[in-house]
Ligand binder design. Structure first.
Ligand code: GUN
Length: 293
């Protein structure tokens, strides 16, 4: 069993990005600039945005954090999005999700200029991804593709089961795994809360990508000997022995599943760090105007 070290790969990718940024700046080019909008004080969102700002520093990017209280109106937020769309210094920006209920996430996403949508959530980027055109790829699925690439894990012709059908992970993950190329070329099945034969599907899978958000959902009996298991879950489960009061828990019962696997990602330290690095890669592309002029 090989433990996939997302933390180590993410450090490596950040160094590669930082080296390229140093070259760009030395040649008189513009330092990439990522802006992030954070609404409210959700613990998870605070942690993720802080990690994104820190990763910008490691990559040599400029970053701006724009904060609003929970009661910001939809119109105020949309006005800021439009302002960032027009701000020539900002290469790309994100609006951290989830947003308070009185704000339409879809409206916010669609207001972002797709050329600055480094999250890859805008319908134009999603559509371009689905037909294999250059675009900003959704961060978590792209981070997983990078792990499969760097560990040289065979995906061609393999049976891949994606658990979960979210717009952010499940759907784009399935799209990328079935696309032509390496990694890719897999036979993909998507299972979700209404699937009747989820356990049987998993038992036949060469690759399982678990993105349901249900702690310890995938058990040993669901996993074939020698399977590759990628765990996207990051649920905060209360744990009195931790200083933070919680334990980040994956969708996979790691201790019993790991011995059966050829490769497995841990939580934390697997997919999580790669998600942030994918955003950094998109920001570098945005800075270089490589996808959209
Ligand atoms: N919330 C959970 N994941 C993400 C992400 O990748 N981007 C944004 N903007 N919000 C998120």
């Amino acid at each position: 069993m090989t433990l996939i070290d997302g933390k180590a790969i993410s450090e490596q990718v950040k160094q590669e990005i930082a080296a390229e940024v140093a070259q760009i700046v030395e040649a008189g080019g513009k330092r990439p600039h990522l802006a992030a909008i954070l609404v409210g004080h959700d613990g998870g969102s605070e942690t993720y945005v802080a990690a994104k700002v820190k990763a910008c520093e490691a990559c040599g990017f400029k970053s701006s954090l724009i904060r609003y209280e929970e009661d910001v109106t939809e119109e105020e937020l949309l006005a800021k999005v439009r302002e960032l769309n027009e701000d020539a210094d900002v290469d790309g920006f994100i609006v951290q999700l989830p947003l308070p209920k009185h704000i339409s996430e879809q409206k916010v996403i669609e207001t972002i200029d797709y050329r600055k949508d480094v999250d890859g959530f805008h319908p134009i980027n999603v559509g371009r991804m689905s037909i294999g055109l250059p675009c900003y790829l959704s961060a978590t699925p792209n981070g997983i593709m990078e792990l499969l690439r760097r560990y040289d894990i065979e995906t061609s012709g393999k049976k891949c089961v994606v658990l979960g059908r979210s717009n952010i992970v499940g759907k784009p993950m399935a799209t990328l795994m079935m696309q032509k190329g390496k990694p890719g070329d897999a036979t993909v099945t998507v299972c979700h809360s209404r699937s009747k034969n989820l356990v049987e599907e998993c038992q036949q899978a060469d690759i399982i990508i678990a993105a349901l958000g249900q702690p310890n959902f995938v058990t040993a009996e669901m996993v074939k000997e020698g399977a590759v298991v990628i765990d996207v879950g990051t649920t905060r489960v209360p744990d009195a022995t931790k200083k933070s009061g919680f334990k980040l828990t994956g969708d996979v019962k790691f201790d019993e599943v790991a011995p059966k696997c050829s490769y497995i990602t841990p939580v934390p330290g697997g997919v999580g760090p790669m998600t942030i690095v994918s955003l950094m890669k998109n920001t570098l592309l945005a800075g270089k105007k490589e996808i959209y002029a």
